[in-house]
Design a protein around this ligand. Sequence first.
Ligand code: HEC
Length: 126
Amino acid sequence: MKRHHKICFTFGVLALLAMTASAQQAADDAAKKIAANAGCFTCHSIKHVVSKDGVLPVGPAWQDVANQYRGKPGAADFLTRIVLEGSNPYASHWKNKAAGIAMPPNAVAISESDARQVVYWILSLN
Ligand code: HEC
């Protein structure tokens, strides 16, 4: 009887983990789709890009953005603002990592809540 409970419990935990993982996967896919529809991938890749012959991507790879900002207080708010309003060409954050000097405002292509969702996803990348 005891053993049976243990097996049930283990199974329950595994089922819960599987459900959480697939919910997470669905959220990631949704964020990726929003980003694709908003044209983010014209300038960004998800995975870190190793530059060959000094050729840099237009915008920083989102894995690099995650590494830079993960765990920093206010990062999600800060990045959501930048995505919507664009970045300051006089204060590039990605010198020598991205070819673009600044990101244009994306507010025409993406809503604030969608931008936030994409930013949360970016920050979860590793
Ligand atoms: C026309 C090219 C272009 C498009 C389109 C674009 N970006 Fe960017 N993005 C850039 C560049 C260039 C930078 C680097 C700016 C800098 O050096 O401060 C950047 C930086 C960023 C950063 C890091 C900001 C920082 O200050 O470190 C995030 C996050 C980001 N982009 C997300 C997005 C999202 C989300 C979208 C789509 C809604 C998007 N970008 C669309 C070019 C682009």
